[in-house]
Ligand binder design. Structure first.
Ligand code: G3P
Ligand code: MG
Length: 263
């Protein structure tokens, strides 16, 4: 249905870039998604304590960085309590493997740059209550930066969030940018209809999909995205069910299944 896909094949969204093959939410991960032939890559957006938008999933730096070495006292502090300068001192690649030693936490703008006019970007606003002003920062970034404007013009930019209120706030600031609420389980038709008033689609955990959900969503004029789909069997099943987007840590696996979109 969506993504300009031939033969109703779902669009491919690389999860946190290509989290199965490179450190999540980093430049190598976004590069992997691009070269794998993903239609979009998803990245998680947060804001530093001094107001710089950056890419990161977790609430602390402990799992994916060397924060315990650099700021031993602050390993369990919220990631958004760090300044951009402090975040820039962390290594966000070594946890994945030595070849990624010295990989930085990226600024939001790195995502639009890494798309390279080839891949699109799905920005997920992550835990916005810990990143006050993140909706305005994202809207400003898109409005002011040529790379983001180009993505928007090419219909290669979507914004999503588990936080529906934050998504509505962002939508009011940047109504031209397509938004998709995320829900672990799809809500009832009444809530879905409310979301349909300003959203192009909805994203959900594929494990919680129930029979009839795909047509229920489509009947409301919404696209359906599913996360995080890593087995070829599940990818095939969701393709057969007619979902519009598949979010995966292994975009190349899905791309090959679709006949190979490697550039
Ligand atoms: O956008 C879908 C997916 O990324 C949501 O889960 O926790 O990986 O951000 P999470
Ligand atoms: Mg995410």
């Amino acid at each position: 249905q969506r993504g300009g896909q031939p033969e109703n094949q779902p669009g491919i969204i690389g999860h946190r870039g290509s989290a199965g093959t490179a450190p999540e939410n980093t430049v190598p991960s976004m590069r992997d998604a691009r070269t794998a032939g993903a239609d979009l890559f998803e990245i998680d957006l947060q804001m530093s304590s001094d107001g710089v938008p950056f890419l990161f999933h977790d609430t602390t730096a402990a799992r994916t960085t060397n924060v315990a070495d650099v700021f031993p006292e602050r390993a369990d502090d919220h990631i958004t309590s760090f300044t951009w300068d402090e975040l820039s001192q962390l290594d966000a690649g070594s946890f994945f493997g030595t070849p990624f030693h010295g990989t930085d936490i990226p600024h939001l703008d790195a995502a639009a740059r890494q798309a390279r006019g080839w891949t699109g970007v799905n920005v997920e606003i992550k835990e916005p209550s810990a990143s006050p002003g993140v909706e305005q920062a994202l809207a400003d970034t898109i409005a002011e930066n040529r790379d983001w404007q180009r993505l928007l013009a090419q219909d290669k930019l979507i914004v999503s969030s588990f936080d529906v209120e934050s998504l509505e706030t962002f939508h009011e600031l940047a109504p031209e940018v397509p938004v998709l609420p995320i829900a672990g389980e799809l809500p009832g038709d009444e809530v879905l209809a409310e979301w349909a008033e300003y959203s192009v689609g909805v994203v959900t955990n594929y494990r919680n999909l129930e029979p009839g959900d795909v047509s229920r969503v489509h009947d409301l004029g919404l696209e359906l995205g599913t996360y995080t789909v890593n087995s070829p069997e599940a990818m095939q099943q969701l393709t057969d069910q007619g979902v519009d987007w598949i979010i995966t840590d292994f975009p190349r696996v899905l791309s090959r299944m679709q006949g190979g979109k490697d550039p």
